[in-house]
Structures are given as C-alpha cells and as structure tokens.
Ligand binder design. Structure first.
Ligand code: FAD
Ligand code: NAD
Length: 160
C-alpha cells in the first residue's frame, strides 16, 4: 500500500493536538502527538503512540512518566515547536503535576506513570495510569488533513 494514501486516509480523522512531556535527569522534553486516547475508567488509563525514531521514546522508557497536554487553539505555536516545524523564541512555561512537567494554558494536563508498553510496527504504545489532572477552560486546537484548525459552532456553519 502507498504510504501517502495511508496518511491521507488517516488525516481525514480530525483530532485534537497534544504535547507529551517528560523529565529525565532534570531535563524537560516535549513532543507533539495526536495518537492519544482514553483507554479505561477503572482504573483510569490513557494510551499514547510514539514513533521508534522519536527522541521521546527512550526518554519515556527511562523516566517511566509522561504528561499529556491537550492544546488550546491559542497554542498552535507550541504544537509547531514540539513537532520541530518551527522554533519559539520565548521560554515555555512548564509547571509540575504529580512530579511531571506540564504546559501552562493547556486545556487538560494529564499526569501519568507508565504501567505498560507494547511495541507494534514502528511505534510503541505507552499505557499511562493517571495520577492527577488539571483543567483550563478554552477552545481546542484541531488537526485535520495535515492542517491546524479551530472549531466553529454548528449553528454558525448552518446559517453561514
Ligand atoms: P525532538 O525532535 O528532539 O523534539 C521535538 C521539538 O521539540 C524540537 O524542535 C525541540 O527543540 C523541541 N523541544 C523539545 N523539548 C523542548 C523544551 N524543553 N523546550 C523547548 N523546545 C523543546 N509522532 C509520534 O511519534 N506520535 C504521534 O502521535 C505524533 N503526532 C503528531 C501530530 C502532529 C499534529 C504533528 C505535527 C506531529 C506528530 N508527530 C507524532 C511527529 C512528532 O511530533 C515529530 O516527529 C517530533 O519532532 C518528534 O520529536 P522527538 O521526540 O524526536 O524530539
Ligand atoms: P500527515 O498528513 O503526515 O498526517 C496525517 C495523519 O496520518 C496523522 O494524523 C496520523 O494519523 C497519520 N500519520 C502520519 N504519519 C504517521 C506515522 N509516521 N505513523 C503513524 N501514523 C502517521 O500530517 P503532517 O502534517 O504531514 O505531519 C507532520 C509530521 O508529523 C510527519 O512527519 C508525520 O509523519 C508526523 N506525524 C506522525 C504521527 C504519528 O507518528 N502517529 C502522527 C501525525 C503526524
């Protein structure tokens, strides 16, 4: 199968955008990811999927912890920074939640410890048990067909 067709097909599934953060030997790292889902309520588990080529893979393996920061529409610059698409020239405000760095202003900051991992194809799934959550009220950043978007209310689209 043509890889471009696969990516094009998958790009039709609109998602939010997250930055996965972790800390190893006192150094904070982040990586943009949309392969994230809620996995279980009892216990509360989430799952992320990390490419074998990503620096983040070894960092999470070694730290055993990560946070999922669900980005707001105002944080596209952070998504681009942590995907290596552009560089921010300001300091990124990290805070701590249950000992894991999180990004201020994200809609949801979900602090996890790794309870399992599963290698499949060229990605590793990391199951995270949720230790703490911080929420902020804002609109989400959306990723669809390889482009960033924001949500429009249905009423507006119908009348427009
Ligand atoms: P690096 O390339 O080292 O880091 C990524 C970037 O973040 C670099 O530019 C680095 O300078 C910057 N950075 C890291 N830490 C800091 C810090 N403390 N302060 C400031 N800047 C910092 N890949 C996946 O594996 N899974 C996914 O689910 C996934 N989803 C994606 C969704 C979207 C919308 C996009 C655009 C990309 C996605 N990617 C995903 C690709 C992934 O984001 C990139 O390949 C990324 O560059 C891999 O990062 P890395 O871990 O190799 O680290
Ligand atoms: P794109 O058109 O490459 O992505 C569209 C969709 O394809 C993504 O939402 C994802 O579902 C899927 N996809 C893309 N690359 C993948 C990969 N390596 N493994 C599994 N699924 C993948 O979007 P783009 O704006 O060109 O992306 C920028 C960069 O980020 C590209 O290098 C892309 O490969 C990478 N990316 C990786 C993932 C991932 O690893 N899960 C997800 C999104 C984007």
């Amino acid at each position: 199968m043509d890889g471009r067709k696969f990516r094009f097909a998958m790009g039709n599934f609109s998602t939010g955008v997250t930055v996965i953060t972790t800390e190893l030997d006192g150094e904070v790292s982040g990586m943009t990811a949309n392969a994230f889902m809620s996995l279980s309520m009892d216990p509360e588990l989430v799952v992320i999927s990390i490419d074998e080529k990503a620096q983040m893979l070894e960092k999470i393996k070694r730290s055993g912890k990560y946070a999922v920061n669900i980005l707001s529409a105002e944080q596209q610059d952070l998504s681009m920074n942590f995907a290596g698409q552009s560089k921010l020239d300001k300091d990124i405000p990290f805070q701590k939640l249950s000992g894991v760095p999180v990004i201020e202003g994200s809609l949801a900051q979900v602090s996890c410890e790794v309870t399992g991992s599963h290698v499949e194809g060229d990605h590793t799934l990391f199951i995270g048990r949720v230790n703490d959550i911080h929420l902020e009220d804002n609109e989400p950043l959306v990723f669809f067909k390889g482009k960033y978007r924001s949500l429009s209310p249905i009423e507006e689209m119908a009348s427009g």
